[in-house]
Write a protein that binds this ligand. Sequence first.
Ligand SMILES: *[C@@H]1O[C@H](CO)[C@@H](O)[C@H](O)[C@H]1NC(C)=O
Ligand SMILES: *[C@@H]1O[C@H](CO)[C@@H](O)[C@H](O)[C@H]1NC(C)=O
Ligand SMILES: *[C@@H]1O[C@H](CO)[C@@H](O)[C@H](O)[C@H]1NC(C)=O
Length: 743
Amino acid sequence: GKSLLFVGDLIKGVYPASPSSWLFVAIGILATMYMQSDPSMGLITKIQQHLPLRVHNDESVQRIVGVVTLLWLSLILALRFCLKLLLSYHQWMFEKHGRMSNTTKVWVPLVRLLSSRKPLLYSYQSSLPHLPVPAIQDTVSRYLESVRPLLTDPEFKRMSDLANEFESNLGNRLQRYLKLKALWATNYVSDWWEEYVYLRSRGPIMVNSNYYGMDFLYVTPTSVQAARAGNTITALLLYRRKVNREELKPCVCVFCERMFNTTRTPGVETDVLQHWLDSEFVAVYHRGRYFRLWVYRAGRLLSPREIEDQIQRILDDASPPLPGEEKLGALTAGDRIPWAQMRKQYFSSGVNKRSLDIIERAAFFVTLDDEEQGMRGDDPEGNLDRYAKSLLHGKCYDRWFDKSFSVVIYKNGKSGLNAEHSWADAPTVAHLWEYTLATDAFQLGYTEDGHCKGDVEPSLPQPQRLVWNIPAEAQVSSSLAVAQALADDVDCHVFPFREFGKGRIKKCRVSPDAFIQISLQLAYYRDRGGFCLTYEASMTRLFREGRTETVRSCSNESCAFITALEKEECRRLFQLASERHQNLYRMAMTGAGIDRHLFCLYVVSKYLGVESPFLKEVLSEPWRLSTSQTPVQQMNLFDLKNHPDFISLGGGFGPVADDGYGVSYIIVGEDMVNFHVSSKYSCSQTVSNNHFIRQAMMSYIQGMAIVPRKGRMYAFAHFHFLFNHQLFIVNTHSSKIFFFFFF
Ligand SMILES: *[C@@H]1O[C@H](CO)[C@@H](O)[C@H](O)[C@H]1NC(C)=O
Ligand SMILES: *[C@@H]1O[C@H](CO)[C@@H](O)[C@H](O)[C@H]1NC(C)=O
Ligand SMILES: *[C@@H]1O[C@H](CO)[C@@H](O)[C@H](O)[C@H]1NC(C)=O
């Protein structure tokens, strides 16, 4: 373990050079010395003057080693600097496929050359450029442009005045502080984003912040609950091993070091993320009781069959919950302050502390659910919606919402997960979940009667029941009431759209993401009779510690298209609207977004104790349409040709505004898009159904019988593949950008 780790650190530290290159430098220097020539143009002689080299001397070996290492390290720094400089170039993303600029033509082979060594998981981060702070004029004018279609003329006039006033006065001052921060921080947004948007938020995290991931749509690999748990837990632990050994591709796993052994602990002012370096067990919840399940025995990971047997022991355990145990998890579902107070008062000593510690220090949390879920029975669609609700909030006390993620295994073998949001964003969790589903179904597999495979050591100790001594006055009822009201209000709808998918959209030479985004706006327009501020999450992974940026995907052009939909110029307007959307997405990815910059300026203004009416208004505008695409990253793990039924449903999240929609979608294969829509029952204007989205998608493609132009279309198939924004996004998530570099 230790020595391997050290080698890993070494390789990581010297990226993009390799440790063996030291030898090349050494041989080079010795050869020059031997041949009495000097290809370094005096550099080596200069160094020799300071560190005189006299061969045949005892100390000479040490000195040679010193010189070689010095040269080698400066080489590494130079290489790293060059790579960083190269990776700061983003213009290629904005170029039309087939029309590559001369700069890009030079850039591609250079990056390929410099990054050709396979980077380890974390080494690549240090070569990424820092996220730049945009100029304040740029952000303000982009902002005004984005709200133009949403405001009437007088409203827009008022907003412009506010914005101009901000730009010429307070804005400049805030910007100076922000630039200062950007000098020392690895990422000027990420730490504040984590702290202020997630950890300091005092409302419930259930529904509002946590999100879910679903199982396969049509198949359940086994109907034996314990067996499904056995394989799923094994697959998750195999993934953890890959994380620890840094065997994953580097772009994928931003923040994945906090994926396991992690919990969010409540505080009065702010929550904190806690992470443990060792954790050889998982915490299991079943029928109101908590268990600790050791997954290692003498350093060996238990076989899937052994874990199945252990889970079966928990399922067979008929002991009743202790007083207060059953609904304990509701504390993590309600408001944060009461939970922080309860935790301090009743869970900071004695058996309660020990048991709570076990849950919080576990690798992850597992719920063995008593219900059956999935698309089944007489009402498959309604059941799919109930399945989504169950994963999003369950009974409000049967998942541990603070845990980095909780896996849920249902009675009929269906599975799913609920993830906490502060430690990382959805693509990281989606990657883990894709790996888990594929490993479970295709690698580990099941015996013919649906049980796990593997040997069983008969003498495994029983899973340990956690002990609690919860006094009657430690009430969870108020947390539960808050959570229950929130859960009851969520209206979820999940539906696979199978009329067409990415394949047909691409034939129209349109980015699938732009197509779906504009469809969603059209659906919203028909549903609510107007446009709204629209949020689409994009990634800023081209920068160090990059998390997300907002794409304000409702644009002047998309509104123009939608209002003109039934008219002549529809096609041209659609092209403009989708190009505009792609451009907005690219700007968000390359650090030229709007919202994170304004958010950070707001944080600075709070630190300085100054009020900005402009920022206050901007940050309180509701996102009535909040959207996110779940990337498919490891398509190679799923063989959809031979197993067309093993389609993953992706995941979803709750509505962001009380009177708005949360929409998540996943583009599966060439012919399908899955949608997850959520809203609140308490708002009379919203209903989560598929009517408008389905109609919008259809009315669109019908208006676009575009004949593919011959010849040029696939002439740049590879770059088409890369430059097509949709695929590019998938690529950055799955580090295929590196694949491209190697190509
Ligand atoms: C790019 O290079 C080609 C020759 O390789 C040249 O003809 C062309 O003018 C250059 N384009 C630009 C924009 O510099
Ligand atoms: C928005 O569109 C309208 C009409 O289509 C146009 O008059 C206006 O100049 C556009 N505004 C911007 C900022 O592009
Ligand atoms: C989590 O705990 C395991 C088991 O003790 C350990 O091997 C691993 O390094 C920890 N993971 C992280 C990311 O710290």
